[in-house]
Design a protein around this ligand. Structure first.
Ligand code: NAD
Ligand code: MG
Length: 389
């Protein structure tokens, strides 16, 4: 038998290669050397890891966003045929290189917006981990992607689940979706308990190992709030079509309900390598040796309502989405400041929601923001939020 399937290597740029998503993407690529070639790696603070990755994967170009580390990285790679640049502007430029097929956007926070937009502008396919990009400027990002014929392949596990449920159903309208949430380490706790929790407790997620910012967001349910807004833009949904359900085992990764009442779910053990591999391997399902689900280890899959009274961030995110315009951009910027302050022990866990709520009340609303409006809103919100801390 002849195998008629052509294997064409996809050339990948990994933005944020030193982070949790970035390193797991390299794990997937290491296991599938015939399917992918690494063209670009970028990192920020962890220069040594970036250098190690560059030596292993031999990309065309490496960018270290932190310019103070540029000379160090350049010297370390001087005997290799790898171009080295420093600064965020360089990331925005190199994503447009001709030989890149797909850009995996895994920088954390607002910092990932500009490079993702630049890649879309150059017509690169996007595997999107950086959910903040869609929270901040989902209208601009999705309109540009449509105009350029670019697909945004979700890496976020819930959105990957929805996408996997929709394959073969793109012509069928969605009635609603359910995003599942683990509930994080503080599920079932009350405000009295939360008022005294420390970052060490919040950084212990029951099911996932992730970067610090998203781990805190998961504990405060802001992550789910950001994901609700991300889903609105990725799947073109109205706010009332998006629901959140707490599912502590993180086995059902999300669900779609169609107009005939039928529901599809995507399931599996919690492992980000699976949605990463699906996003960069689409439309193929590539073989993997990830551990398989065992029903006997999970005799009970449970579901419960999210507690939005205690975990106010989720309610604030729904409010911001309903308000629209620059409100989600305000929500995101205030949250980035609040999380950074919490990680430095400057504010308590519950105060993070206070900072977000007050910022939403203070920063002036713009109903139809331009890109420049979003940039200005982000800056102004950071000033407002810092003043609140
Ligand atoms: P992380 O903190 O582990 O890694 C972030 C990466 O971005 C690092 O490579 C870092 O060097 C780089 N970076 C940070 N600040 C930068 C800046 N100012 N300029 C340029 N580069 C910068 O974060 P992560 O957990 O890998 O998350 C990355 C993104 O993926 C986030 O948007 C997160 O919400 C999303 N995501 C992560 C997971 C997960 O399991 N980790 C799951 C779903 C979605
Ligand atoms: Mg997620």
């Amino acid at each position: 038998m002849f195998d008629t399937k052509m294997t064409v290597k996809k050339n990948i740029a990994i933005l944020g290669s030193t982070g949790s998503i970035g390193t797991q993407t390299l794990d997937v690529i290491r296991a599938n050397p015939d399917a992918f070639a690494v063209e670009v790696l970028t990192g920020n603070g962890n220069a040594d890891l970036l250098i190690k990755q560059a030596i292993e994967f031999d990309p065309n170009t490496v960018v270290v966003a932190d310019e103070s580390k540029y000379q160090y990285v350049k010297d370390a790679l001087s005997s290799h045929d790898i171009k080295v640049f420093g600064g965020n502007k360089a990331i925005t430029e190199v994503v447009q290189m001709d030989n890149i097929d797909i850009v995996l956007a895994a920088i954390v926070g607002y910092a990932g917006l500009e490079s993702t937009l630049s890649a879309i502008n150059a017509g690169k396919q996007i595997a999107l981990a950086n959910k903040e990009t869609l929270v901040v400027a989902g209208d601009i990002v999705t309109a540009l992607a449509k105009q350029k014929g670019v697909n945004l392949y979700p890496v976020d596990s819930e959105h990957s689940a929805i996408f996997q449920c929709l394959v073969g159903e793109f012509h069928n309208p969605i009635e609603k979706i359910y995003l599942t949430a683990s509930g994080g380490p503080f599920r079932g706790k009350d405000s009295a308990f939360l008022s005294s929790v420390k970052k060490e407790q919040a950084l212990k997620h029951p099911n996932w190992e992730m970067g610090a910012k998203i781990t805190i967001d998961s504990a405060s349910l802001m992550n789910k709030g950001l994901e609700v807004i991300e889903a609105k833009w990725l799947f073109g949904l109205k706010p009332e079509q998006i629901d959140v359900i707490v599912h502590p085992q993180s086995i059902v990764h999300s669900l779609v309900q169609f107009t005939d009442g039928s529901m599809k779910a995507q399931m599996g053990l919690p492992d980000m390598k699976l949605p990463i591999q699906y996003a960069i391997g689409y439309p193929d399902r590539m073989k993997s040796d990830f551990p398989r689900f065992d029903f006997m280890k999970y005799p009970h899959l449970t579901f419960e309502q999210a507690d939005t009274k205690t975990f106010r961030n989720l309610a604030l995110a729904f409010d911001a989405m309903n308000k629209g315009g620059n409100a989600p951009c305000v929500l995101n910027a205030a949250n980035e400041i609040a999380v950074a302050a919490f990680l430095k022990d400057k504010i308590g866990f519950l105060q993070m929601s206070d900072v977000v709520e007050k910022s939403l009340q203070t920063v002036s609303h713009i109903a139809k923001p331009s890109y420049e409006d979003y940039v200005e809103t982000d800056k102004e919100t950071r000033r407002v939020a810092i003043a609140l801390i």
